[in-house]
Design a protein around this ligand. Sequence first.
Ligand SMILES: Cc1ncc(COP(=O)(O)O)c(C=O)c1O
Length: 374
Amino acid sequence: MINFNKPYFSGKELEYIQQAIANGHISGNGDFTQRCHRYFEEKYGFSKVLLTTSCTDALEMAAMLLDIKPGDEVIIPSFTFVSTALAFVRQGAEIVFADSRSDHPGIDEDKIEQLITPKTKAIVVVHYSGVSCDMDKIMNLSKKHNLMVVEDAACAINSFYKEKPLGSIGHLGCFSFHETKNIQCGEGGMLAINDSQFVKRAEIIWEKGTNRAEFFRGEVNKYGWVDIGSSFLLSEIQAAFLFAQLENNDKIQKRRIEIWNKYYEALKPFDGKFFRLPVIPDFASNNAHSFYLIMNSQNERDTFIKEMKINNAQAVFHYQSLHKSQFYISRYNGCDLPFSDKYSDCLVRLPFYFEMKEKAVIEKVKYYFSSLEI
Ligand SMILES: Cc1ncc(COP(=O)(O)O)c(C=O)c1O
């Protein structure tokens, strides 16, 4: 079976984990954490980042930092992973779900303004499959209505909007290093703090509501409980693993782009017949996080997944509209979100990982669609 995902290993992970053990510091915020922080700040120009145990945690930190309270409204696309909304629901927010674009699964930027009310506190955008939303439009809305913007950049490391790194444009950016992501450490994440007003408090929330980070820098002579927070730090064992991946960031990226382009070229002749190929808007770059097709119907999508499985390749669907989830449907009183539903029903992702033999998958996919043409 050709699996949908297989995590990439650079070969240096164990050596660096051994170094972390030898350093005698395997909890969070040690040498490898600092090296990862420096890497992100130098390579992408983030002014402040904090490694977290997941993107879910980074989103939870964002919701705490924005002081989201019961009664606040937060605009979020319905076509996303549960964590995007859950982090804000935990603070008591009302989620106002927005639809996706017709040409791309990202949030429809032109339909956000009509959702803004006096209670709206923030807009959370998701860069689907690492492809940017139109951030100029989003940031203009933020300025006009005095709203905070969180970028859920879970899949968007190494991707750009008009040459600006994703996750660096909104007030806060949240990344995932889960094993399905381009750069991974099993479970992991990062919060990018782009608005300096949040930096001090972010460190406190990160360190269980204490000012321990200041203490370790020698800025205060004892530390204690000063605010809300939780245990959001990534351990040094995972930071060491992550650093081994970061050293190979460019190599990983090059290979993923190669796979993506091969899929795209090989499947172009079928575009518009049985499916639509992914669209990369002019303002966005492509970090080749995944390769997906948008089929004509749910039935056709599910049949394709079944046939690929029989043919020993794992194709998978993706997010399911959150406004229709078991958890939210009874609370939802907004309008229909037809594009979110369309991507829930019709989008399918093909196997995608560094070591894969893409030629074998391409042959299977072409074989399937050629047989439909007869
Ligand atoms: C858009 C989005 N946000 C958040 C997450 C959660 O990431 P993590 O597993 O690192 O918590 C995911 C997971 O894939 C995701 O796709």
